[in-house]
Design a protein around this ligand. Structure first.
Ligand code: SF4
Length: 205
């Protein structure tokens, strides 16, 4: 990754009270997460391809952390329960859909549990992304979330909104809609609460 761009991202996020760390591989980022989170803490996990690839839920649980990961629920009821509990976890780990080099974190979300925990509840939040999600401006990041993340997330979850075929958002009102929340994190009030881990790999969508 370009050094100047790295420095720009660090500076702009720092001015918004978000710490940034760069990693060459997903494995390195995973190692840092395991090191940072104490064994005694509970951890909520946002649904993310990147985190799945990292196998982070299984590793944390295996060593003794209490983990709330809705993708491991056995029923809709259990999933709902896990999503609520993750809002009060000590740590929350999540992916996101795009960042801007100006310092924004852009999320497009179906029910909103992931962004809710990102914004308030857990005392510590780690956001993990691959280099493919770095956009220049806020507009570019929002465009990415709507035109790339939304259709691919829809496909993964078995929905068929218009953007899947059109490759662009038409602000649909269909039952297939996958993005009821477009949330821009502009910064953090609590310094040190949020960390952004950027991995030098193409990860997720
Ligand atoms: S509003 Fe509809 S068309 Fe637009 S991104 Fe969401 S699901 Fe796709």
């Amino acid at each position: 990754m370009d050094k100047d761009m790295e420095l720009k991202i660090i500076k702009n996020f720092k001015s918004r009270n978000i710490d940034v760390a760069f990693f060459e591989t997903l494995e390195e980022a995973r190692g840092k997460i395991m090191e940072l989170i104490p064994l005694t803490c509970s951890v909520g996990i946002g649904n993310s391809q990147t985190l799945k690839k990292m196998n982070i839920s299984e590793l944390l649980r295996a060593r003794g952390n209490i983990v709330f990961d809705k993708t491991q629920a056995q029923s809709q009821e259990e999933s709902k329960e896990i999503k609520k509990k993750s809002l009060l976890s000590d740590w929350y780990i999540t992916g996101t859909n795009a960042i801007s080099t100006e310092g924004h974190i852009v999320n497009i979300d179906h029910s909103g549990n992931r962004v809710a925990a990102m914004i308030y509840g857990p005392d510590n939040v780690i956001v993990v992304i691959g280099r493919n999600k770095i956009c220049d401006t806020l507009d570019d990041a929002v465009h990415r979330a709507r035109s790339i993340s939304a259709p691919l997330n829809a496909k993964r979850a078995g929905y068929n909104p218009p953007c899947l075929e059109l490759k662009k958002c038409i602000d649909c009102k269909t039952a297939e809609r996958v993005c009821y929340n477009l949330v821009i994190v502009e910064g953090q009030f609590a310094k040190g609460r949020m960390k952004l881990f950027i991995v030098n790999e193409e990860l997720g969508f």
